[in-house]
Design a protein around this ligand. Structure first.
Ligand code: NAI
Length: 731
């Protein structure tokens, strides 16, 4: 066996250590399946083996899950539905054989056990889990558009009850050891070096080789599909899942089907039902796109796939952040968190201290939530020096400038900061600006080293938002891009590289979403309908509530700055005057409790729509038929997607993977789609162009398809086929 090492002790207890060669963590490969079959044969043939312990041969991690890359490869190669079903059944049938092998099987989970890793464990008769600090178990498949297909969707509800299992699987929740024990997912939690011993003790003392659901008197905890309480859970669960996902995730619906139907039949039939739904899910465009974006692309970007080739890796050890406001303080916090010495600069000591105090508040929160020790928090805080003295910049590898959004000020700060930055020259320090609207090439004009000048655009709140846009100016060098990416990765952010353009990539695509909401409002569509349609698209919030979150005064300022900068070319957005009036009347959005909505002070109390919006634009459409709702949803999604297509045409962004990941991490673009580019590919470019032409006639030029889309439609191309280098090579 290549992936399992079997040893048998003097007492006849086998220890099967999973150790998949060439992988940092165990994944369930087709080879593992073959070896598991061989192990089962040995168990059947060898009467000297009285019981078996499964564990991992890799310290610190049990099994990370199924080999998803292999699964996708086989699907992409065009296997038939029958082959797909056979593929997804292979593991669950083997695990069922393990469960019914007649000998007691205990699992010593010595680390992370996610997805397939937990499914293997659930098929064992007894589960011992390590108490290690990084250990977690769970079935997170929904996060990549799938659901547990190795028997997990059948065993977990039979083990811990339908409600708890559905919640765990539909959210993809991970459990720490104590939580897993309390939930009943594992039987025992012990120190890491005692897991095998505890498993052995169970085999020797109890060693029951029959799963509880195979016993005659077995009852599903809390009741199954036909039990009155169980039926109620499904009714409520259905409604809840609809409310959360608006039917956008086939994986979640198929999970519900699989559990509901599977619990009504004997276990062997149940896993066949699960396999069919799993296979159906795997074949959906949503699953394919989500696997590509959330699994493959995020991993690749996390490893620096966007770095220019041939530039050696760099390590940022000291950063100077100029401007200790909302963004600067956040940037200082994430930098210090990554162990980087951080100089936090502002106009005076009090302003700099205020920024550092914000970092301290965030650290205090982590300590109070038990995520960090007081000592560690103090160590991180000590890495931050708050000062108004520009001389402190000397010796930094990187400056991140986050002062007010004003060109003159930014240019002045650049000159002032570059003197100490280049004073005693560490190797090629770089200068990043966090501007959200000003062209990088324009600001680079003030730099003495334009090749070292770059945009490093964070999103708010910095400690939570994962995306960082790395923006190349005309003169920015590859080495500077590489260093900015190395910094972003060091502070655990996801960098995507874009070229200079008004609003860069993320905001350029996101702004049309809110603008479309304003246009609908001006047309007389009820605000509640607009925001509901927005949420139904899979965006985290509707456009009007999103505007409240961003702050109406900020949006008004951006609008007037844009109008000023664009001159005659600027096309006003219907409703912008009304929003400006709201700002003038003190309605700034969520931050002061008044915007499109009124926000009650009581914590947790729901917001209510402000009636004044109806005076500004009287409602002419209060209700909508399903077809009309679909049209509203289409407008809100397509207006963003067509903008992304324009970004490709103009070369603002060049990599579909980065665009997809950026759209989800940057502004929460409908995750079910796999991202803004995957959405267009899965609609089909020809069909998308046809719809855009129709919508242009009806709503205006903002929907007009760029020539690139027409060319792609004529050639039957997809974005991934045309722009993804790897895809092109593989084709
Ligand atoms: P802010 O107003 O909270 O902070 C700006 C800080 O710069 C203030 O503390 C101010 O005292 C300081 N400052 C002004 N002149 C200075 C000087 N000469 N030397 C040192 N410090 C000086 O602004 P915020 O929101 O943090 O924005 C900063 C930058 O980040 C802007 O360019 C903005 O466009 C950009 N940005 C903002 C986002 C947001 O959501 N607020 C998101 C992404 C980028």
């Amino acid at each position: 066996m290549k992936t399992i090492n079997l040893t048998v002790d003097a007492e006849g207890i086998g220890l099967a250590a999973i150790d998949v060669p060439g992988r940092p963590m165990n994944v369930l490969t087709p080879e593992f399946n073959e070896d598991l079959a061989a192990l089962l044969q040995r168990l059947a043939d060898d009467s000297g083996i009285r019981g078996l312990i499964l564990t991992s041969g890799k310290p610190g991690a049990f099994v990370a899950g199924a080999d998803i890359k292999d699964m996708v490869k086989r699907f992409d190669a065009g296997i038939s539905a029958a082959e797909g079903a056979a593929m997804s059944q292979a593991l669950s049938q083997l695990l069922r054989r393990l469960e019914t092998c007649g000998k007691p099987v205990a699992v010593a989970i010595n680390g992370l056990a996610l997805g397939g890793g937990l499914e293997v464990s659930l098929a064992c008769h007894y589960r011992v889990l390590s108490n290690g600090p990084k250990v977690q178990v769970g079935l997170p498949e929904v996060k990549i558009g799938l659901f547990p297909g190795g028997g997990g969707s059948q065993r977990l509800p039979r083990l811990i009850g339908v409600q708890a299992a559905l919640m765990a699987m539909s959210e993809g929740k991970s459990f720490k050891p104590a939580e897993a024990l309390a939930a009943g997912i594992v039987d025992e939690v012990v120190d890491d070096d005692k897991v095998v011993e505890a498993a052995k003790t169970w085999i020797k003392t109890k060693g029951d080789p029959v799963a509880r659901w195979d016993k005659k008197d077995y009852k599903i905890p809390g009741g199954g599909s036909y039990h009155p309480a169980g039926a109620q859970i499904f009714m409520m669960g259905n409604a809840l899942i609809r409310k959360q996902s608006y039917g956008n995730y086939p994986a979640v619906l198929n999970l519900m089907h699989s559990v509901y139907e599977g619990l009504q039949v004997p276990f062997d039939t149940a896993i066949k039902i699960e396999s069919r739904f799993f296979c159906k899910t795997l074949a959906t465009p949503q699953a394919k796109a989500m696997i590509r974006t959330f699994f493959m692309s995020m991993q690749a970007i996390g490893k620096g796939s966007g770095r220019p080739a041939g530039v050696p890796k760099t390590d940022v050890t000291q950063v100077a952040v100029i401007g200790a406001g909302m963004m600067g303080a956040g940037i200082a916090y994430v930098s210090a968190l990554a162990g980087i010495k951080t100089i936090l600069l502002d106009r005076d000591q009090a302003a700099a201290d205020k920024g550092k105090a914000h970092c301290e508040d965030l650290l205090k929160k982590s300590v109070s939530r038990g995520k960090m020790t007081q000592d560690k928090a103090q160590g991180i805080l000590d890495l931050i020096t708050a000062t108004p003295d520009y001389a402190a910049i000397t010796g930094s590898d990187l400056v991140v400038e986050a002062v007010f959004e004003n060109t003159d000020l930014k240019e002045q700060v650049t000159k002032q900061a570059e003197a100490p930055l280049y004073a005693n020259g560490k190797d090629a320090p770089i200068f990043g600006t966090n501007t959200s609207t000003i062209p990088i090439s324009l600001l680079a004009g003030a730099s003495s080293h334009a090749e070292n000048y770059i945009g490093i655009h964070f999103f708010s709140p910095v400690d939570k938002m994962m995306l960082v846009e790395i923006i190349r100016g005309e003169k920015t060098s590859d080495a500077t891009v590489a260093k900015a990416i190395d910094y972003a990765l060091k502070i655990k952010k996801t960098p995507v590289v874009v070229n200079d353009s008004r609003f860069f990539f993320a905001n350029r695509c996101f702004i049309p979403f809110t603008a479309e909401g304003m246009i609908m409002w001006s047309e007389g569509v009820a605000p509640a309908l607009i925001d509901n349609a927005g949420r139904m698209t899979g965006m985290p919030r509707g456009p009007l509530e999103m505007m409240d979150d961003v702050a109406l005064d900020l949006l008004t300022k951006i609008t007037s700055e844009t109008a000023k900068a664009m001159g005659d070319a600027y096309q006003p957005i219907p409703g912008e005057k009304e929003v400006a009036q709201m700002v003038a009347d003190g309605r700034l959005g969520r931050k002061n409790g008044k915007g499109f909505y009124d926000y009650p002070e009581a914590k947790g109390a729901p917001k209510t729509l402000w009636s004044g919006t109806l005076d500004m634009f009287p409602v002419t459409q209060a209700e909508a038929s399903p077809a009309e709702v679909e049209e509203l949803k289409k407008r809100l999604l397509y207006v963003q997607a067509v903008t992304a297509a324009r970004c490709f045409e103009e070369g603002v962004i060049t990599n579909p993977r980065e665009a997809d990941v950026g759209s989800i991490l940057g502004w929460g673009f409908a995750p079910w789609s796999g991202g803004i580019i995957s959405l267009m590919d899965s609609i089909g470019i020809a069909k998308f162009v046809e719809e855009l032409d129709r919508m242009t006639k009806r709503y205006g030029d903002r929907f007009a398809p760029p020539q690139l889309l027409r060319d792609m439609a004529a050639r039957g191309e997809t974005f991934y086929g045309r722009f993804d280098k790897k895809a092109a090579k593989a084709a």
